[in-house]
Design a protein around this ligand. Structure first.
Ligand code: KG4
Ligand code: ZN
Length: 342
């Protein structure tokens, strides 16, 4: 990898957050996110509305990210964007914007895989910050609304998915169970919030069984739905009365399920560098339990800052920066790839 320096603008628009960030010589100068509250009233992301909101947000978010970074458009040396995976219409807004800006500035265009971005968020550093970074090879448990993957990371762009969910993603499981509890979308953070006051041993759910390093959450979701429906039949106020204990119990089941395979893969591969990434890595119980597990197993544990857990352009800019050092650029013919693989 050359030591050429660069100033990269990262753009993320794969789902319902429009985000722009600036990375200079590997250090983050800004990371701004425009969230789309419009989806709350529909109980999930509506793709058409997401694209429209991205179109409205993208120019102001990019301008604000450049301003906060104290960088002009002309100083940029590359533009990176999320090419996939994600929603086609949403991705296209970021892709088209990045293409036209790179063309007008005559600078390299860099495509980034969103899932690799989540993993590489661990390498984001603030100016002058000296932080312990993961050493290769490390294992990353990437848990978001769309994915649940156990990834072996041997180099910045050498990643191998060792296991993944066979049905629902962990974030999807959180959100669907939150819906059963009548919480607004996205319910994952609310389960986390209410669980803080709850007793996780009060209700018992079966831990899903799967082969090798894979996950499955759909059976747990059905079990949870049936349990709540039955309880509400006897007492319509069951959820309200037991909210904290229900949230703590289901959250603990999901976290234990995620850890069972994480432990297995780290033991089998004899790897002691363990990281988490993606929106669900913002979960406070997951974070605390991982620290405890790390101490017990003598792992070096890496937990991203909150702003780099959920979708953000900082992770796209840092991945773009490493691609830039490798001179991995794409041409104007590039387009979105909603099913892009790691
Ligand atoms: O990575 P992300 O922002 O978007 C995707 O690429 O999917 O992840 C969003 C997911 C949602 O399912 C959301 O409910 C979940 O992350 N999430 C959480 C928490 N914060 C976000 N789940 C549990 N506890 C949290 N604190
Ligand atoms: Zn994501």
């Amino acid at each position: 990898m050359s030591d050429k320096k660069g100033i990269i603008l990262g753009i993320e628009s794969s789902c319902d957050d429009t985000s722009a960030a600036v990375i200079k010589d590997g250090r983050i100068l800004s990371n701004l996110i425009a969230r789309q509250s419009i989806h709350e009233q529909y109980g999930g992301v509506v793709p058409e509305l997401a694209s429209r909101a991205h179109q409205q947000n993208i120019i102001p978010v990019v301008e604000a990210a450049l301003k906060e970074a104290g960088v002009t458009k002309e100083e940029l040396t590359g533009i990176s964007f999320t090419a996939g995976p994600g929603l086609m219409g949403a991705l296209l807004v970021g892709v088209s914007f990045a293409k036209s800006l790179a063309l007008s500035l005559d600078i390299p265009l860099i495509q980034v895989n969103h899932m690799q971005g989540h993993v590489l968020a661990h390498f984001i550093q603030k100016p002058k910050e000296k932080r312990k970074l993961p050493k290769f090879p490390f294992i990353c448990l990437t848990v978001s609304g769309g994915h649940t993957q156990l990834v072996k990371v041997t180099d910045y762009f050498k990643m191998e998915v060792l296991g993944e969910t066979l049905d629902d993603a962990a974030g999807e499981a959180f959100d669907k169970m939150a819906k059963v509890l009548h919480f607004p979308y996205p319910g994952g953070p609310l389960i986390d919030k209410y669980a803080k006051e709850g007793d996780s041993t009060r209700f018992h759910f079966t831990h899903p069984r799967t082969t090798q390093y894979n996950y499955s959450f759909s059976g747990l979701k059905t079990q949870f739905l049936n349990f709540i429906r039955n309880c509400e039949r006897d007492d319509p106020n069951f959820v309200e009365k037991n909210k904290a204990d229900i949230c703590a119990s289901i959250q603990d089941t999901i976290v234990k399920t995620l850890f069972s395979k994480l432990k297995k893969v780290a033991d089998d591969m004899n790897i002691n560098q363990v990281a988490i990434a993606g929106g669900v890595s913002a979960n406070s119980h997951l974070r605390t339990e991982l620290k405890k597990l790390g101490e017990k197993k003598r792992w070096d544990v890496f937990i991203p800052e909150f702003q780099y857990c959920t979708d953000n352009a900082g992770m796209i800019a840092i991945a773009g920066y490493y691609h830039f050092l490798n001179k991995e650029f794409v041409g104007q013919e590039v387009t979105a790839n909603p099913r892009m693989k790691i």
